[in-house]
Design a protein around this ligand. Structure first.
Ligand SMILES: [Zn+2]
Ligand SMILES: [Zn+2]
Length: 256
């Protein structure tokens, strides 16, 4: 199993997971045109895509979902709340998933995890294949619940949100109401919360950690790498961080 970010941040998110030559996508917060461009950059033919799993209705996650799925005639999976909010309840390609449900697509098992975020029924996903390799994708949550910590135990790879530095957020360009929302329990994870999460799910099998959804206005990549290097016990330059406008490298999950 391997995965690649097609871009990550408040202007669009999509993560492609490959297993045995087939692909699923988590979120499509880009236009269909940009999605196709990024797929080409990743050297993946869009026709190998089998399904899209959507975390929630915010545009940076849901923008391109319907157009991409309609063009490929593939299903998209969301919670009832997300579909209701997006007007997707009667869309023929929509599939409903609920908390803790595990969906099986192309040899992958995709578990839906409920997270605290200011959306209508937001989910995040833990994906494991039939040989037990486990990838956790986690963004857009304001706080760490015991349920979330439990759901992400035993991951071999993590793509986790390090959204903001609390001081930069407070002193940055956002109006007070937005600062309160982002920093709140239903907003986004700060760098410190991200480190706390990693600390709580760490185990010897966790070999790949990538920080994503990094705010361009309220964070500094040097701060992210410094904070995460401590918990990952590595040098700051070794901390892997996703970017908004480019694909990441491919990350391979194997038996190490
Ligand atoms: Zn987001
Ligand atoms: Zn969101």
């Amino acid at each position: 199993m391997r995965y690649i970010s097609l871009g990550s941040g408040s202007r669009g998110n999509a993560t492609l997971v490959e297993y045995k030559g087939q692909h699923i996508l988590v979120d499509c917060g880009f236009s269909r045109k940009v999605f196709v461009q990024r797929m080409m950059a990743a050297n993946v033919d869009p026709v190998s895509l089998r399904a899209v799993f959507v975390t929630h209705e915010h545009g940076d996650h849901a923008k391109g979902v319907v157009k991409v799925c309609e063009s490929l005639d593939i299903p998209f999976y969301t919670s009832f709340g997300t579909a209701k909010r997006m007007g997707w309840l009667h869309h023929p390609l929509w599939q409903c998933i609920s908390a803790d449900q595990v969906t099986h697509v192309s040899g992958l098992n995709i578990r839906a995890v409920v997270v605290p975020h200011d959306a209508h029924e937001p989910l995040q996903f833990v994906i494991h294949n039939d040989v037990g390799h486990k990838l956790g994708i986690l963004s857009d949550l304001g706080s760490l619940t015991p349920y979330v910590i439990d759901a992400y135990q035993g991951c071999h790879a993590l793509q986790v949100e390090a959204n903001h530095d609390p001081d930069m957020l407070r002193n940055g360009p956002y109006p007070p109401s937005l600062v309160t929302r982002v920093a709140g329990d239903f907003g986004h994870l700060s760098n410190g919360q991200c480190a706390d999460f990693i600390q709580r799910v760490r185990w010897p099998g966790l070999r790949l950690v990538t920080a994503g959804h990094i705010s361009e206005k309220n964070n500094d990549r040097n701060l992210v790498s410094q904070v995460l290097a401590k918990v990952l016990e590595c040098e700051p330059h070794q901390v892997d961080m996703l970017v908004q406008d480019e694909i990441s490298p491919w990350y391979q999950i194997t038996d190490f």
